[in-house]
Structure formats: structure tokens, C-alpha cells
Design a binder for this molecule. Structure first.
Ligand code: PEP
Ligand code: MG
Length: 572
């Protein structure tokens, strides 16, 4: 009998192999009162030094084998290990309470981990995992327990563990590991990031998996869907073998599109950019061959911190992205908070209908001094270092765009006087994500340099259906004829008025919609970095004539289901 499990698909790919359960060795010790605190503090320091040096070696190895970004996780561990606040508290437990070094390490690490875990923010929760990882390594060094060497796992291993810490992952030889299954972690946890970087299929967050599977069991897994089957029968294995073949073929086929222009089969060129949330993400866009940034969601710079980032901090972040992209365009969206994006320190009022309330540009235009002007100043200063364009979110009336431009002009006047460098021809565009801006697209096109259609919100506002409400999920679909018509009109009106028109909502990466967007004349697609090559491939499969025929027919259809069915039937 086969057993089925489901978890979070965290690293795409199909794994077929044999289970090796990795259990951390026991780290038990006696809680004795020590008589010589000085020598115990010295023992703690020895343990810390050894752990720092091991971590440094692991980081160097990780940098060589995987990448700089991944090595930074371990470099972060080193900073924690050298943090005088945390190590100082450990020393205090030894000298004042006469606890042994192991107990001091365990209690203080647990205190910090509990504190981080209690914060809502996923970044701090990740920090809790990091502290636990450090605790384990420190205890091992103090107790003289050897690490399990994951570099020696046999070929075809499906690695099963409660959690996969960065230090464990660092030792893995990806040639021998077919897949990873863990009880803890999500799509953005470090184990997921590392599994993706090593291109090992991984399913995380499967309850009790480390005790439900045993060494030697056969397992198949799908790292995209999160499906896992243990003791699969021959038919299931055959299905997964076929899936694996298709996955690897597709992956190889996508590589052929690296370095190629984004164009249709008959040579119609469009721009293919990517969406980012943090300055660091820009590196991945370059790695994935993006032609620019179509949306930098700056709200992430405002999150996970106790106060508004200063103009200087923002300037550095925007400059970094501009420099990473070189001469490629970077569209930076001004702060879009409110609605579902909360920032506690801004102390925004509770609203009956936050999605129809005080958010994005509405809030910024009301808080020019503390929020908007510093952000616009930072953006203008950074524009001297690359091809930055400014994008205003959630616009509903032309007055809003005019007000933003007035503030920008004031800043430019001051910069000219003070000889602060900036791009004097900087483009200012808007997101089209409200029915109001879609209906006024012809007017906006005369005053905005570019549009970027935000289908995530435009779909919700057009269909009056909340993005996250499962009861109305059947309405929240960009295949609705109303949404498709809105997109068509925005693109046509924008282009007729001389504005460049792009799309940064999720619909831009939907292969079923590609022929429509091409036929309507869209200039730029902005998708997640990992969707760049697939989108380039889909675009290359269409000729403009074919796309126009599909669009013409799609626009005659009356329902969401009809549109979807039709687009599926002609998909390439
Ligand atoms: C959108 O609404 O489509 C969009 C890209 O903005 P966000 O998802 O950040 O609201
Ligand atoms: Mg939006």
C-alpha cells in the first residue's frame, strides 16, 4: 500500500529515490553547577570560536558551490555568533548563575529564538530558525559531537529530516540527492532557498514526516505541487518518471532562451522585465536574463522595521537596484500601503473597507512631509545612477498624478539650485489598477509617460471581488470578459496617446493570456524572475497574425468559462 503526503512545494522538480532519514544526534548533558566560572567562560569562548571558524568555512564553501546570496545566510549566522548582546548574556549566566556553558547556550539561544518566533514577521521567524541552528552547532562543539556528513549520502537519496538547517544543506552533494522532505519550513525559508539554488526538488512542512518514513523506503515527490507518495506502485513510479522527463526537457528548452531577444515568431519585439520586492532581488533578475525591472514594490523597504526608512536609506536601496541593472530600465513604484499591506508604525486608521480607503497615493499625498517627499527625493537622487522611472500606484484621478508631478518639480527646482545630480528626463508613469484609471486611460496617456496594468487589483476592482476571499474566488479571474475588455482599452488608449504600456500584475505571466496581450499591442511584460524564460518562450511561439485572430474571437465571448476554455484550446 502506498502512502500519500502533502506539503509545501518549495523547490520545483520531480524526485524519485530512496529515503535516508537524518536525525540530529542527542545533545544531552548534565545541568551541573560549575565551580570555576572563569574557565567555563573560556570553554564557552572556545566553543564560540570553533563554531565561528566552521561557519566561516561553510560560508566560503557555499559561496563557491552555490552562490553569494546563499552564503549570506551563513554569514548572518556568524554575525549572530559574534553578537555581544547574545554572547554577553551567555557569559553572564555562567559567571553569575554558575551554569555550565551548554546550559547557558541552550537557555539564551532559546530565549532569543522564542522572541523572534513570537513576532509576526516571517523574516524574524526565519531568524528564530537561524538561532536554533547556531545553538545546535555550538552545543555539538561544546559536547564534542561530530556532525553528520551529508556529503556522503548515497546516490538517489531522498533526504528526510525534521528541519534542514543551512549548515546541513551546505554539506549536501546535489548529484546524490534526488529530493528533500522536511517537517518545518515554507517557500521562503532558508532551506527552500538553498534547495532551489542547488536545484533539488523539495517539499517542506509535512507533519511528522521524519518519523513516518524509514530508511530504505522508496519515495516519489513533486516539488511544484507538494505531492509525495511513499512506497509507490509501478504505475505511480512510471507517471513520475514521465513527469521528471518532461520537467527536465522543459528546463533545458528554457535555457535556449537565455540571451535571446523577446519577440514573436514573426519578429515583433516586446520588453520582458521582472517584478521585485527587495533590492537584492535585482540580482536574480539579471541572472534570469530579465531586460529590466517592471515593478519594484517599495513597500517592502518600509516593512520589518520600526520606522519609516530615511531618505538616505531609500536612496541607497534605489541606487543599488539601478546599478545592478546597468543601463536597463528600472520602474520603481512609490509606496503602496493600506489595503492588505499593513505597516504598524504608520498607525493608519482602521477602516470598514480598507481596499476602498486610505491607501497608496492617497495616503502619500496626505503625508507629503514625512513619507512622500523623502521617497521622491531619494528616487530622483538615485536616477543619476541608472535608468530609473517613477510609477504612481492606485491612481484614480488625473489630479493625483498632477499633484505628484508638482512635488517632483519642486524637488527638481531645489536640486537644480543645489546642483544635486538627477535625471532631468525622468519618466513618470502610473499603475492602471482601478476601473477609474482604466476608463480615463486616454486622458492619462497625455500626462503619464507610461502605464503598467496591475491586473491583481484591476481584476478585483472590476469584478468587485476581494483577492483573498475564497467565497468570491470564482469571480476573481482575469479571464472575465470585463477584465479583458478593460485591458484591451487601456492598451489601445495608452498607445494612441503616446504612453508606453506594460503589465506587472500576475496576468502578464499567464501563458493563456499572452496572445491577447500581444495582439492588443502591449509593449512590456513584467513577471517574476523565475517566469522570465517561460514567458519569452511563449511569446516566441506566436505570430502577430495568429495572436490577433485569437484576440478577435476571445473578445466576442460572453463568459469567463468560455474565454478560458477557448484560450486553453489554442494555447501553445
Ligand atoms: C497589481 O495590483 O496588479 C499589482 C502589481 O500591484 P500589487 O500586487 O502590489 O497590489
Ligand atoms: Mg496593486
Amino acid at each position: 500500500m502506498s502512502l500519500k503526503f502533502n506539503g509545501i512545494g518549495a523547490s520545483a522538480g520531480i524526485g524519485i529515490g530512496t529515503v535516508v532519514v537524518v536525525k540530529e544526534p542527542s545533545l544531552e548533558y548534565k545541568r551541573v553547577k560549575i565551580s570555576n566560572p572563569e574557565s567555563e567562560v573560556a570553554r564557552l569562548q572556545e566553543g564560540l570560536d570553533k563554531t565561528i571558524s566552521q561557519t566561516s568555512d561553510m560560508a566560503a564553501d557555499m559561496k563557491k558551490r552555490v552562490g553569494e546570496k546563499e552564503a549570506e545566510i551563513l554569514e548572518g549566522h556568524m554575525l549572530l555568533l559574534m553578537d555581544p548582546a547574545m554572547t554577553g548574556e551567555m557569559e553572564e549566566e555562567i559567571s553569575k548563575e554558575h551554569k555550565c556553558a551548554e546550559q547557558a547556550v541552550e537557555e539564551i539561544c532559546e530565549k532569543y529564538a522564542t522572541l523572534f518566533a513570537s513576532l509576526d514577521d516571517p523574516m524574524f521567524q526565519q531568524r528564530a530558525t537561524d538561532v536554533n541552528d547556531i545553538k545546535t552547532r555550538l552545543l555539538k562543539n561544546l559536547l564534542g559531537v561530530e556532525d553528520i556528513d551529508l556529503g556522503l549520502l548515497p546516490e538517489g537519496t531522498i533526504l528526510v529530516a525534521e528541519d534542514l538547517t543551512p549548515s546541513m544543506t551546505a554539506g549536501i552533494n546535489p548529484a546524490n540527492v534526488e529530493g528533500i522532505l522536511t517537517e518545518i519550513g515554507g517557500k521562503t525559508s532558508h532551506s527552500a532557498i538553498l534547495a532551489r539554488a542547488l536545484e533539488i526538488p523539495a517539499v517542506l512542512s509535512i507533519e511528522g514526516i521524519a518519523s513516518r518514513l524509514a530508511n530504505g523506503q522508496k519515495v516519489v515527490l513533486d516539488g511544484s505541487t507538494g505531492a509525495v507518495v511513499a512506497d509507490p506502485d509501478e504505475a505511480v513510479v512510471a507517471t513520475y518518471e514521465e513527469k521528471k522527463k518532461v520537467f527536465l526537457e522543459e528546463k533545458a528548452a528554457l535555457q535556449l532562451f537565455v540571451g535571446k531577444p523577446t519577440e514573436t515568431a514573426d519578429g515583433h519585439k516586446v520588453e520582458l522585465c521582472a517584478n521585485i520586492g527587495k533590492p537584492k532581488d535585482a540580482e536574480q533578475v539579471v541572472e534570469c536574463d530579465g531586460e529590466g525591472i517592471g515593478l519594484f514594490r517599495t513597500e517592502f523597504l518600509f516593512m520589518d522595521r520600526p520606522a519609516i526608512p530615511t531618505e538616505q536609506e531609500q536612496f541607497e536601496a534605489y541606487k543599488k537596484v539601478a546599478e545592478t541593472l546597468g543601463d536597463k530600465p528600472v520602474i520603481i513604484r512609490t509606496l503602496d500601503v493600506g489595503g492588505d499591506k499593513e505597516i504598524p508604525y504608520l498607525q493608519l486608521p482602521k477602516e470598514e473597507n480598507p481596499f476602498l480607503g486610505y491607501r497608496a497615493v492617497r495616503l502619500c499625498l496626505n503625508r507629503v512631509d514625512d513619507i512622500y517627499r523623502p521617497q521622491l527625493r531619494a528616487l530622483l537622487r538615485a536616477s543619476a545612477y541608472g535608468d530609473i522611472k517613477i510609477m504612481v500606484p492606485m491612481v484614480t484621478c488625473v489630479d493625483e498624478l498632477r499633484q505628484v508631478k508638482t512635488i517632483l518639480n519642486d524637488i527638481m527646482y531645489e536640486f537644480d539650485k543645489k546642483e544635486i545630480p538627477y535625471d532631468k528626463d525622468i519618466q513618470v508613469g502610473i499603475m492602471i489598477e482601478t476601473p477609474a484609471s482604466a476608463l480615463m486611460a486616454d486622458v492619462f496617456a497625455k500626462e503619464a509617460d507610461f502605464f503598467s496594468i496591475g491586473t491583481n487589483d484591476l481584476t478585483g476592482y472590476t469584478m468587485c471581488a476581494d483577492r483573498g476571499n475564497p467565497d468570491v474566488a470564482y469571480l476573481y479571474s482575469a479571464y472575465n470578459p470585463a477584465v479583458i475588455r478593460a485591458i484591451e482599452r487601456v492598451i489601445k488608449a495608452g498607445k494612441a496617446g503616446g504612453a508606453m504600456v506594460g503589465m506587472c500584475g500576475e496576468a502578464a505571466a499567464d501563458p493563456l493570456l499572452t496572445p491577447l496581450l500581444l495582439a492588443f499591442g502591449m509593449d512590456e511584460f513584467s513577471v517574476s524572475a523565475t517566469s522570465i524564460l517561460r514567458t519569452r518562450k511563449t511569446i516566441s511561439a506566436w505570430t502577430m497574425d495568429e495572436a490577433k485572430k485569437v484576440a478577435k474571437h476571445a473578445l466576442t465571448l460572453a463568459t469567463e468559462a468560455e474565454v478560458k476554455k477557448y484560450l486553453k484550446s489554442v494555447a501553445k
